[in-house]
Design a protein around this ligand. Structure first.
Ligand SMILES: [Zn+2]
Length: 256
């Protein structure tokens, strides 16, 4: 059975002598693994395959087989602007890793797919002097919410109390003081909880990403970092790379 879909490349690895397996995120099929035959050969028609790239893909799907085969692939947008700066590249790498960890195979991931397209496009157009990190923090929060890993922050998930104060438990649940279990948890005040709810409830547009004030973003970032630790099935590998890129950038700014 052949099936056409849009797809973003999450990663790829060598398969046999001349082929690669690509892991894509698609809107309706979720994550998929598909073989690109002969991709390692010179003059391969898939030579434009690039991480972060958005493609029109035609798949040959075989029932009960884990691997599909790519029968055609056309570039829609390779978001080439991302590659122009080390900061946008490092942020996009982390965005892709988060997406890989929160999405599932053979699951409708349309809303996360659309959000990812939007963020990669914004990062590709990110200008010198604008921090791309804002897109990472807000995408991380919104995509964890879209994937069902976190709910709303201004209401206790157990007793529905809306007055707070609230804390986030190790499993990523929001609890009031009365309902919070003993042990490690992170307190968030009500104004921060409301600000985070506004981010996850907002529509997917520029406003959701740019309306958050810098001071607010500085308070939200460490909470998002902890949430990622709490809810992701594996620790994020790309964060160290991002931290080193940002540190270098800061050094250069100090010199200038
Ligand atoms: Zn409660």
């Amino acid at each position: 059975m052949n099936q056409k879909t849009q797809a973003i490349l999450l990663r790829s690895y060598k398969y046999g002598e001349s082929s690669r397996v690509a892991v894509f995120i698609t809107p309706c099929l979720g994550k998929i693994k598909a073989v690109l035959k002969g991709v390692e050969k010179l003059k391969s028609r898939y030579s434009k395959l690039q991480i972060f790239g958005l493609y029109d893909v035609e798949l040959r799907r075989v029932k009960d087989r884990e691997l599909d085969t790519v029968s055609s692939l056309e570039v829609i947008n390779n978001f080439s602007g991302i590659m122009k700066r080390s900061e946008t590249y490092a942020v996009a790498t982390t965005v892709i890793e988060i997406t890989t960890l929160i999405t599932s195979f053979e699951n409708d991931e349309t809303s996360i797919f659309r959000e990812l397209c939007f963020v990669l496009d914004r990062l590709s157009q990110n200008k010198e002097g604008e921090s791309p990190v804002r897109y990472l923090v807000i995408y991380a929060l919104r995509s964890m919410h879209l994937a069902g890993f976190v709910g709303l922050f201004s209401e206790c998930g157990a007793c529905r109390d809306k007055t707070g104060p609230f804390s986030i438990t190790l499993s990523g649940d929001i609890r009031c003081n009365k309902c919070a279990p003993a042990g490690k948890k992170v307190f968030i005040d009500r104004s921060l909880a409301l600000a985070m709810d506004e981010i996850v409830r907002g529509g997917m547009d520029e406003n959701a990403y740019l309306s958050v004030k810098n001071a607010e973003l500085r308070k939200i970032s460490p909470v998002v970092r902890l949430l990622l630790d709490f809810v992701l099935p594996k620790p994020l590998k790309s964060l160290d790379f991002l931290a080193s890129v940002l540190k270098k950038k800061e050094k250069n700014t100090d010199k200038g």
